[in-house]
Every structure is written in structure tokens, then in C-alpha cells.
Design a protein around this ligand. Structure first.
Ligand SMILES: [Zn+2]
Length: 365
């Protein structure tokens, strides 16, 4: 975004005027915009502005399981005795790959290069035990690749060692948990109260643009006969609009795909006191004459996925937004951006209980 704001006047200039400006910019080692357009598209009609604090969703206090795992239940779903579900945090586990050696162990749930397989497997058993009461409940994970591919899973898939390649999974079979892994992306869980079917979806910005949640709900209708009015959904912790700065290309994708695309974006002003006090330190990144404390473009993926659920016919009251930004709350969550890629993985899980596995009752060991 070399030409990120204050550029409206350039639109009406004749082409020779623009060439002159281009020459000036080139002389200063700058380009007028990434794709050589008149101006960035979000300038034509101004976006709402905000400060990061205004966009922050606070995280709920985690529940503490008997085995020490801190996790986030979906409170209104506790009444569904047939359903297991929840979101992990980074607290309570066996990993030391992303913390000091003498710190309490953490709950990394992804087979990341830095962590040991044994620690991650132990952590997965701890999470499953915290949520279902039985550490041996099979956990079905995916090989995620930022697609909109949704697969239907059976108990045989859950027993398999080889995860399937997809970003969404649905089932109506009991006895195992579906899982998606995230570290900033948005996890979305869906349950059909009438038919006792469930789905888990991984929605980063690419998956969101490709409508993974709409496709996932569509698959539940097709495979199980789910009616939107019977569905409940939960949007878990991910990177919030407070932190998720993106480039123009992300804006263009959303604006071209969704009628409400523009509403998902804000121009966010840095409220960092150091930048405000010492603007000269940050001046070199900006075009001449532009404010050193310029806006960045932030997208709200939580709202984007809520809109997709609404578009499918899920009732607004049936959608729970759990809250918590993975980047703001790095002591509670793993954040890929917040840790520059050196981080563990969170998990969102959902499953249909077998008749013989009642919900765990919290008790001290
Ligand atoms: Zn944040």
C-alpha cells in the first residue's frame, strides 16, 4: 500500500499529470500503487476508521479440567447431553517447545517441527479427556491446506492413522471427535440439534473467501438433511480485527466475493505511544507528504464467518462468538503472527457422544 491514503485528488488528474507524479515517485524510489491503478479501491469510498482497542473481543475465562487442561466450553451447549465440544488454549499440557524449560507445560496440539511427537500425542489425550471424560476417545484431525474442501467422516476414518486432506469435516456417527487446528485462523463448529450431526471447519482468510462455512453447512444439508433452523454454531478464538492487518489483495478478494465485503474492513490507526512520540523513526516507509502514523487495513474474519452462517439460514441467536484474539492474548493462545511462525497449534473439537459416555463431572483427583 505505497499510496495508502490522502490520494483522492489524484483520481481526477489528467494522464500527463499522473505521469508527472509517477516520475516524482520513481525519483523517490516509490511506486504509486502496487498494480498501477489510479488509487487503491478502498479509497474511492472511505472505510470506517477505528483504533485497535475498539475492535477487541475479550476472551472468556477458561475452564480448568481435572487433568489441568484450560479450555473454553460453549456454555449454551452444555444442555446438549449428546454433544462434546470445546476450544483449547495453550495452558495445561506437556510441551516445552514454545516456553521456557522451567515453565509449566503447554498444550500444543499440532505436530510442529519444534515439538516432540510424544508431547503432542500426550496433549491430545489430555484435551480429549478434559472434554469427553475419556482419554481414549478417537480424535479425527485433517491435513489442512486453506481450501474449502469438506469431507464426511466415519468411525473408520477416526481410527485411521492417516489424516485426510481437507479443511472441513462433518459426521453423524457417535464415538469420536472431529478436530480442526489453528494458530490465528478461525475455527467454526456446527451442530444439528435435531439429527445429532456435527461439523468442524478451519477458516483462514483464504478459506473464508472460498466460503468454507457455507459449503460445510451445505454439505450437512445434503448428506444428513440438516435444516438451518436446527443448527447451532460456535466461532472460536482466532486473530481479531484488532490485530489482523492485511494487504489490498485481501480487500479486493472479499469485495469481489461478498456484497457485504467492504463492511468487514476498518482503517485502523496505530495507537502505539512510541510511534506517536517518535514519528520520525517510522517515516521512511511512507510516501512523501503522508502521515507517518498512517492507517492499516484490518479485516474481521469472525464477523465474515458469522455472516456466512447467517447466509445459510442459521439463526443469529444460535451463533456463539467465543471471543479472544490469539495475537492480543499470546499468554492464553498460540498465535502464528504473534510469534512469527514459531508457535504451537490450538484445537477446536466437536463430536456426538455414544450412549455409554456421559458428560464428565468436574472432580478433583
Ligand atoms: Zn488482537
Amino acid at each position: 500500500m505505497a499510496f495508502s491514503h490522502g490520494s483522492n485528488s489524484a483520481v481526477s488528474l489528467p494522464s500527463h499529470g499522473l505521469q508527472g507524479i509517477d516520475a516524482l515517485f520513481a525519483g523517490a524510489g516509490l511506486v504509486r500503487s502496487r498494480r498501477g491503478k489510479l488509487a487503491s479501491r478502498h479509497q474511492a469510498q472511505r472505510l470506517d476508521r477505528a483504533q485497535p482497542e475498539e475492535l477487541r473481543h475479550s476472551a472468556p475465562a477458561p475452564s480448568v479440567a481435572a487433568n489441568g487442561v484450560r479450555w473454553l466450553p460453549i456454555s449454551p451447549w452444555r444442555k446438549f447431553s449428546w454433544l462434546s465440544s470445546g476450544f483449547s488454549t495453550r495452558l495445561g499440557g506437556m510441551s516445552h517447545a514454545y516456553c521456557f524449560e522451567d515453565a509449566p507445560g503447554e498444550l500444543n496440539l499440532g505436530f510442529t517441527p519444534e515439538d516432540s511427537r510424544e508431547a503432542v500425542e500426550a496433549n491430545r489425550r489430555l484435551l480429549v479427556e478434559a472434554i469427553t471424560g475419556d482419554a481414549s476417545t478417537p480424535l479425527l484431525t485433517l491435513r489442512q491446506f486453506h481450501s474449502n474442501l469438506v469431507v464426511r467422516a466415519t468411525a473408520a476414518d477416526a481410527a485411521s492413522e492417516r489424516p485426510r486432506k481437507a479443511d472441513g469435516v462433518i459426521t453423524d456417527e457417535p464415538g469420536f471427535l472431529l478436530a480442526v487446528q489453528t494458530a490465528d485462523c478461525i475455527p467454526v463448529l456446527v451442530a444439528d440439534r435435531r439429527l445429532r450431526a456435527v461439523g468442524a471447519f478451519h477458516a483462514g482468510w483464504r478459506g473464508t473467501v472460498k466460503r468454507i462455512v457455507e459449503i460445510g453447512v451445505g454439505r450437512m444439508r445434503l448428506e444428513f438433511g440438516s435444516r438451518p433452523e436446527d443448527l447451532v454454531a460456535a466461532i472460536g478464538p482466532g486473530i481479531g480485527p484488532c490485530c489482523y492487518a492485511v494487504g489490498e489483495e485481501v480487500f479486493s478478494e472479499f469485495e469481489s466475493q461478498f456484497t457485504y465485503g467492504r463492511e468487514l474492513f476498518r482503517e485502523v490507526y496505530d495507537s502505539d505511544p512510541i510511534r506517536i512520540k517518535y514519528p520520525m523513526l517510522f517515516l521512511t516507509q511512507r510516501a512523501p507528504g503522508h502521515s507517518p502514523i498512517g492507517p492499516s487495513l484490518h479485516v474481521d474474519l469472525i464477523e465474515a464467518n458469522r455472516r456466512q452462517l447467517l447466509a445459510c439460514g442459521v439463526h443469529a441467536k444460535a451463533i456463539q462468538v467465543i471471543g479472544g484474539c490469539t495475537q492480543c492474548r499470546s499468554e492464553l493462545f498460540f498465535s502464528y503472527r504473534g510469534s512469527r511462525g514459531h508457535t504451537g497449534r490450538l484445537m477446536a473439537v466437536i463430536g456426538v457422544r455414544t450412549r455409554r459416555s456421559p458428560a464428565p463431572t468436574p472432580k478433583a483427583k
